[in-house]
Design a protein around this ligand. Structure first.
Ligand code: AMP
Length: 196
């Protein structure tokens, strides 16, 4: 199985690149942000809870998020692999994911990190607000909060992944196609190892 984590700050292009990657590699795309948003749309209890954090740019609590992710993985027993997009975002989530996959005899193949500087993120998210309809893109204070939460709670994962020898940084600034090709190059290397 090919299990990828697409890592990076809000606005780095994880969603855009995920769409292209699932088409090429036939992986199941799991975006915790998308799942929360569809729960908000559907008016579920989980949606109401998630919204109360998302609207402020805060993370949804680990226990809720981990349970959700695990149940989504379990919905796809025949998957060729997964793209985890926006998960894990904390050390606790990363450890839970490793343990959960290990129980299934699986593991994360590689962490692909889209690296984009902060000014560019702010610009992209402000631009995205015009079409995304996302309340968390529309408010500059919430955008800043999300970037700060990323730096404080999520970025420490870089060290965790590097220690596992699985972290691959990719320049997330440039043409979508150029970035996609850089991601594919990294994936194909890992794929060859997985296939051997
Ligand atoms: P995203 O679509 O990945 O930008 O996520 C939007 C929002 O959903 C985040 O700002 C968080 O409030 C929440 N969220 C998404 N994924 C997670 C996660 N793995 N852990 C906690 N909160 C998350």
């Amino acid at each position: 199985m090919l299990n990828l984590i697409l890592f990076g700050p809000p606005g780095a292009g994880k969603g855009t690149q995920s769409e292209k990657l699932i088409a090429k590699y036939q992986l199941v795309h799991l975006s915790t942000g998308d799942i929360f948003r569809s729960n908000i749309k559907g008016g579920t209890e989980l949606g109401t809870l998630a919204k109360s954090y998302m609207d402020k740019g805060q993370l949804v609590p680990d226990d809720v998020t981990i349970r959700l992710l695990e149940s989504e993985v379990n919905k796809h027993p025949n998957a060729k692999g997964f793209i985890f997009d926006g998960f894990p975002r904390t050390i606790a989530q990363a450890e839970a994911l490793d343990a959960f996959l290990a129980k299934k005899g699986q593991s994360i193949s590689v962490i692909l990190s889209l690296e984009v500087e902060e000014d560019e993120l702010r610009q992209r998210l402000t631009e995205r607000a015009k079409s995304s309809g996302r309340p968390d893109d529309a408010d500059p204070a919430v955008i800043q909060k999300r970037i700060d939460v990323y730096k404080n709670e999520t970025l420490p994962l870089k060290q965790h992944f590097t220690a596992q020898g699985k972290y691959q940084g990719i320049n997330g600034i440039g043409e979508i196609e150029t970035i996609f090709n850089a991601l594919c190059e990294k994936i194909d290397k890992v794929k060859n190892v997985v296939a051997k």
